[in-house]
Design a protein around this ligand. Structure first.
Ligand code: KG4
Ligand code: ZN
Length: 344
């Protein structure tokens, strides 16, 4: 017989954020995220540095999450970790830490798929989010590491119907931003500068990818060649056109994404669209989706930013659904760098 109140601690360490969350059923009590700043100077995540930083951060982050939730380790009913996909060295930190908690506290261990977490983040309940999408819905996970379109039939039945063949959309923002001379991660800065620019000033290549898959490396190359040509004529070209460059790039990236969402909605006849991942903070994407929602009678869900970027709350919500069905892992369960959305 299921207890009425289930307390779960979840830990996420798949990339460069160390995070711990405590949930009471589907309600978030705390969600602490420690972002590793060490990678900024390298212009991207350095895996070896990430796993070392996770080791340093994990105890204080878990401690803070429990304190903020107002509970102790002894109150927990289960512990959860991100099993994959992600950086192996990073994943192993939460994996071994949480396994030792499960063993010492004698409570169930729950391994969670990070990509399922991004999609089910819409079901987290807190003061800023009390509505969730009805099934089936189309999920788009868009971040620095992922670009996936997923048909979500229920909490555990998910099918990838489109994904990037090369760069992730956030990677395209970061790499093109680097060419524009912007600091990493460049997405938020491009978004800000784009507001002052003309989105139609420059035309960049849109890839012709069949079905529902994406490609963003062609856009990156198109920006690169264009800049090389223009800089030859005018060395100050970027400086003089920065806002228009950002606006035109963002316009193209948003169009590539939203065109595929439209196609996916037509093909599946699903009109509930739920997006997540760091890039869903982008104001161009938000505006375009709202506009399409009006035109096409879509219901669009975008979670609070706290649940878009990598966080342990999204791992805790999946763990809660798994707990209800007794989908537990055993102590031999280990991290998996490559992990399909259909795997648990
Ligand atoms: O989800 P996230 O924090 O980490 C993973 O990649 O898993 O996403 C980070 C990505 C970066 O590529 C960053 O440039 C992008 O999200 N990003 C944005 C915006 N805010 C963050 N891209 C475009 N517009 C934004 N406002
Ligand atoms: Zn992620």
């Amino acid at each position: 017989m299921l207890k009425k109140e289930i307390f779960i601690l979840a830990v996420e360490s798949s990339c460069d954020d160390t995070s711990a969350a405590v949930f009471k059923n589907e309600h978030k009590l705390s969600n602490i995220v420690s972002t590793q700043e060490i990678h900024e100077v390298y212009g991207g995540v350095v895996p070896e540095l990430a796993s070392r930083a996770h080791q340093q951060n994990i105890v204080p982050v878990v401690d803070q999450a429990l304190k903020k939730a107002g509970i102790t380790l002894q109150d927990l009913d289960a512990v959860a970790f991100t099993k994959g996909p992600g950086l192996m060295g990073s994943l192993l930190v939460a994996n071994s830490f949480v396994k030792s908690l499960s063993l010492s506290l004698n409570i169930p261990l729950i391994g969670v798929n990070h990509m399922q977490g991004h999609l089910l983040a819409h079901f987290i309940k807190d003061e800023n989010q009390d509505k969730s999408p009805d099934f089936p819905f189309l999920g788009a996970t868009i971040s620095g590491g992922h670009t996936q379109l997923v048909k979500v039939t229920n909490h555990f039945k998910m099918e990838v119907i489109g994904e990037t063949l090369d760069d992730a959309i956030g990677e395209a923002f970061d790499k093109c931003g680097k060419m524009f001379g912007l600091p990493y991660p460049a997405g938020p800065e491009i978004d800000k500068l784009a507001k002052e620019g003309d989105p139609k000033k420059f035309v960049f290549a849109k890839p012709q990818v069949k079905n529902l898959d994406f490609s963003f490396s062609g856009l990156k190359t198109s920006v690169l060649y264009f800049l090389q040509r223009e800089i030859k004529k005018n060395p100050d070209f970027i400086k003089e056109n920065l806002n228009d460059l950002c606006a035109s790039f963002q316009y193209t990236a948003v169009k590539i994404l939203t065109d595929k969402i439209k196609k996916a909605s037509q093909q599946t006849q699903i009109k509930t669209i739920a997006i997540g991942g760091g890039v869903s903070a982008n104001s161009g994407i938000r505006e375009k989706l709202k506009e399409e929602a009006k035109k096409r009678d879509w219901k669009v869900f975008i979670p609070p930013f706290e649940y878009c970027t990598d966080n342990a709350a999204m791992i805790a919500i999946v763990a809660y659904f798994k707990y209800k069905y007794s989908y537990f892992s055993d102590l031999t369960s280990t991290a998996q760098a490559r992990f399909k959305i259909t795997e648990h």
